[in-house]
Design a protein around this ligand. Structure first.
Ligand code: F6P
Length: 326
C-alpha cells in the first residue's frame, strides 16, 4: 500500500464508554506525536465532528490517562451521523481542519460512522472498545476484562449476604443483545445458571431443577446470571424461581457500574497495542480498517468485512460451567 504523509489526525470516542478508552487515547496521541503527527481530540464522538468541537492534544494532555476510567473526550450516540447531511458535514469539517486520518474508538455503531466517512475520503481506522465484546471480527474489545472484573467483585459481595440469608440472587449483567459478558461473569462466580440470548433455555430443567438439585446437594444459596438481552426480564426470572421453589429471591441489576472504574492491566496493554497499530495503519496509507485481535496477534481488516461476520458465544465454556454447577 502507498505511503501517505500524515501530518494531522483526529481521534474520537463514540457510543457507550468502556474502561480503557482513555488508555487508547493516550496511545494514539503519544504514538502520533512520536511520529511528528499533530492530534486533534474530537469531543463527544461524531457530534463533535459535525459541530467542530475539538481540542488540540499534547503529550501532557494525556498524562495519567492509563488508569482513568471513562473517556476524557466525552462520548455520544449521534443520530445525525445516520443522515447524509450530518455525514457530509462531518467529512467537510475534517477537510477544513486538514485532518489526514481519523481514529474512531468504540463499537459497531462507531465503525459504521467510520465506514461512511472513509467512503467520503476521510481515511478512518477503528479500534474496538466496548464492554460487550460483541464485535465478531475481533477476539477482544477493550473494556471487556475490566467490566467482567467489576461485575465479579460486586457479585462476590452479593454472595456473602445471599449465603447468610440462604437466598437466591438473580443478577442482570449488561451486554446489549449478546451474552459474552454474562457468560464470563457467570463462569467466574460459579453461577447455578447463566441465561443468555444466544441459547434458549428449558427453564424447568436448566434453572428450577438446578436450584432444587443444589439444595439437595447441600447448597444454601444460588446465583443466577441473566444477560440484559435475554428473553425474560430478571424480575420475571426471579418470580418464576420463587413460585416453583419457594426460595427467597432478590434481584440486582448491576447496570452502568460495569462501565466505570480503572481499567485492568489487560485493557491497558490492549489499548497500547491497538492504539499503536492504528497509527501504523494510517502511516501505511490504510483506510476503512478495523484493528482487531486474532489468535493474540494484532491485525487489521476492512470495516465492511469486519461487520459482516457473526460472533459465536463460547458454547463450550457455557456447557462446562453448567456441568460443574452441581
Ligand atoms: O454497549 C455498551 C452498553 O453498556 C450495553 O451493554 C448496554 O446495553 C448499553 O451500552 C447501555 O447504553 P446506555 O449507556 O446508552 O444506556
Amino acid at each position: 500500500m502507498a505511503e501517505k504523509q500524515i501530518r494531522r489526525i483526529g481521534v474520537l470516542t463514540s457510543g457507550g464508554d468502556s474502561p480503557g478508552m482513555n488508555a487508547v487515547i493516550r496511545a494514539v496521541v503519544r504514538m502520533s506525536i512520536a511520529n511528528n503527527i499533530e492530534v486533534l481530540g474530537i469531543q463527544r464522538g461524531y457530534s463533535g465532528l459535525i459541530s467542530n468541537d475539538f481540542r488540540k492534544m499534547t503529550a501532557r494532555s494525556v498524562d495519567g490517562l492509563l488508569s482513568r476510567g471513562g473517556t476524557m473526550l466525552y462520548t455520544a450516540r449521534c443520530q445525525e451521523m445516520f443522515q447524509p447531511e450530518g455525514q457530509n458535514r462531518a467529512a467537510d469539517n475534517c477537510r477544513y481542519l486538514g485532518i489526514d486520518g481519523l481514529v474512531c474508538i468504540g463499537g459497531d455503531g462507531t465503525f459504521r460512522g467510520a465506514q461512511t466517512l472513509s467512503r467520503l475520503n476521510v481515511p478512518c481506522i477503528c479500534i474496538p472498545a466496548t464492554i460487550d465484546n460483541d464485535i465478531a471480527c475481533t477476539d477482544y474489545t477493550i473494556g471487556f476484562d475490566s467490566a467482567c472484573n467489576t461485575a465479579v467483585e460486586a457479585i462476590d459481595k452479593l454472595r456473602d449476604t445471599m449465603q447468610s440469608h440462604e437466598r437466591c440472587s438473580v443478577v442482570e449483567v449488561m451486554g446489549r443483545r449478546a451474552g459474552h459478558l454474562a457468560l464470563n461473569v457467570g463462569c467466574s462466580v460459579g453461577a447455578a445458571a447463566i441465561l443468555v440470548p444466544e441459547k434458549p433455555e428449558n427453564f424447568q430443567t436448566d434453572v428450577v431443577e438446578k436450584i432444587r438439585q443444589g439444595r439437595i446437594n447441600g447448597r444454601n444459596h444460588h446465583i443466577i446470571i441473566v444477560a440484559e438481552g435475554y428473553s425474560m426480564a430478571c424480575q420475571e426470572v426471579a418470580a418464576r424461581i420463587h413460585q416453583e421453589t419457594g426460595v427467597d429471591v432478590r434481584v440486582t441489576i448491576l447496570g452502568h457500574v460495569q462501565r466505570g472504574g480503572s481499567p485492568t492491566s489487560q485493557d491497558r496493554v490492549m489499548a497500547t497495542r491497538m492504539g499503536s497499530a492504528a497509527i501504523q495503519a494510517l502511516l501505511a496509507g490504510k483506510s476503512q480498517r478495523i484493528i482487531a485481535l486474532r489468535d493474540n496477534q494484532i491485525v487489521d481488516l476492512d470495516i465492511e468485512e469486519g461487520l459482516s461476520c457473526q460472533k459465536e458465544l463460547n458454547y463450550e465454556l457455557l456447557e462446562a460451567e453448567q456441568t460443574m454447577a452441581i
